[in-house]
Design a protein around this ligand. Structure first.
Ligand code: ADP
Length: 265
C-alpha cells in the first residue's frame, strides 16, 4: 500500500498496531521503505512535465524552429513546463523540511486581513484567467492581529485559494472571511462554489500526493502536495483545519489562529 502519511505518523501508526502483539518493529526498515516510496512518488511527479518539455524541444529541433510564430509558441509552452517543474520542486523542498521538522516557526504579530488582501493581489490574474472572483467578507475592514508565522500562513492561504481557483467553475466565486471564534481565536474560512469533493475522499485529502482526480490535478499544474503542506503548517501552529464539501455545490476549508494578546482589535 502506498505510504501517504509522514514518517513520524507512520511509525506511530505501526507501533499502535503492534501494541500488545508479539511483533518486533524495525524502525530502520520502515524509514528505508518510506524513503523508497517517497522517491518513487517524486520521480513519478517529475516525469510528466519533463516529458512534456522534452516534447516541445524535440519538435523545435525537428524543424519547428524555422517558423518564428511556431518557435515562440513552443518555447512559451516549454517555459510553462519548466515553471511547473520549479513549482513542484519548491513544494517538495518545503514538504521534506516540514516532515523532517526542520522548519521552525517564526512567530510575530501581524494583521491577517492585510495578509489575505496581499494574497488576493498576488492571485488576481490567476483567478481572472479562470473567470473566478475572489471576495473578502467585509465584516472586517479593520485590522485583526494574530500571532503566527506570517510567511507560512501566507503560503497556507495561498495554497487554499489556488485550489479554489483550480477546482472552481468559470464564473465562480471564492470568498474568504475572518471571524472571532472564542476569546483568543479567529477562524478563517475559504469557501468556493467549485466542483466539490466526494465524501469518501475527504479523510485522505491532506495526505501527500493524494488527489481526487489525478489527471485533472496534473493538468491544473498541481503537485499533490498543497494540502499536506497546509496540514503541516496548521499542526506546527497547534491549530485545527476543517473541511466541508459537497459535489457540485462547493468546498469550505476553515482554520483557526491565535489572536495577538493585549490588543483590542
Ligand atoms: P493538488 O496539487 O492536486 O491540488 P492538493 O494537496 O492541494 O493537491 O489537493 C489534493 C486534492 O484535493 C486535489 O487533487 C483535489 O482533488 C482536491 N481539492 C483540494 N482543494 C479543492 C477544492 N477547493 N475543491 C475541490 N477539490 C479540491
Amino acid at each position: 500500500k502506498p505510504i501517504t502519511t509522514d514518517m513520524k505518523t507512520l511509525i506511530q501508526e505501526i507501533e499502535k498496531f503492534a501494541e500488545g502483539k508479539k511483533i518486533e518493529i524495525d524502525t530502520l526498515k520502515i524509514r528505508e521503505e518510506y524513503r523508497k516510496d517517497f522517491l518513487g512518488n517524486v520521480s513519478h511527479e517529475l516525469k510528466t512535465p519533463l516529458f512534456t518539455v522534452q516534447g516541445y524541444i524535440l519538435t523545435l529541433l525537428d524543424g519547428a524552429m524555422n517558423d518564428k510564430k511556431i518557435r515562440e509558441k513552443y518555447l512559451t509552452r516549454a517555459n510553462k513546463g519548466v515553471e511547473r517543474l520549479i513549482y513542484i520542486v519548491k513544494d517538495l523542498d518545503l514538504i521534506t523540511k516540514l516532515e523532517a521538522g526542520e522548519l521552525k516557526l517564526d512567530r510575530e504579530d501581524f494583521d491577517i486581513v492585510e495578509l489575505i488582501q496581499n494574497v488576493f493581489d498576488l492571485l488576481e490574474m490567476k483567478a481572472a484567467g479562470k473567470e473566478i472572483t475572489l471576495t473578502f467578507d467585509m465584516e472586517y475592514t479593520t485590522p485583526v492581529y494574530v500571532n503566527a508565522d506570517r510567511e507560512k500562513i501566507q503560503q497556507l492561504i495561498s495554497n487554499l485559494l489556488v485550489n479554489s481557483i483550480k477546482y472552481g467553475h468559470p464564473d465562480g466565486t471564492t470568498e474568504v472571511s475572518v471571524e472571532n471564534l472564542v476569546k483568543n481565536k479567529v477562524i478563517i474560512r475559504v469557501t468556493d462554489n467549485g466542483v466539490g469533493i466526494p465524501k469518501q475522499h475527504i479523510p485522505r485529502l491532506f495526505e501527500r500526493f493524494y488527489r481526487v482526480d489525478p489527471s485533472g490535478s496534473r493538468k491544473e499544474g498541481g503537485s499533490g502536495l498543497g494540502l499536506s503542506i497546509v496540514k503541516h503548517i496548521i499542526e506546527a501552529h497547534d491549530e485545527k483545519i476543517y473541511v466541508e464539501s459537497e459535489v457540485e455545490i462547493g468546498s469550505e476549508f476553515s482554520f483557526t489562529l491565535e489572536k495577538t494578546k493585549n490588543r483590542t482589535s
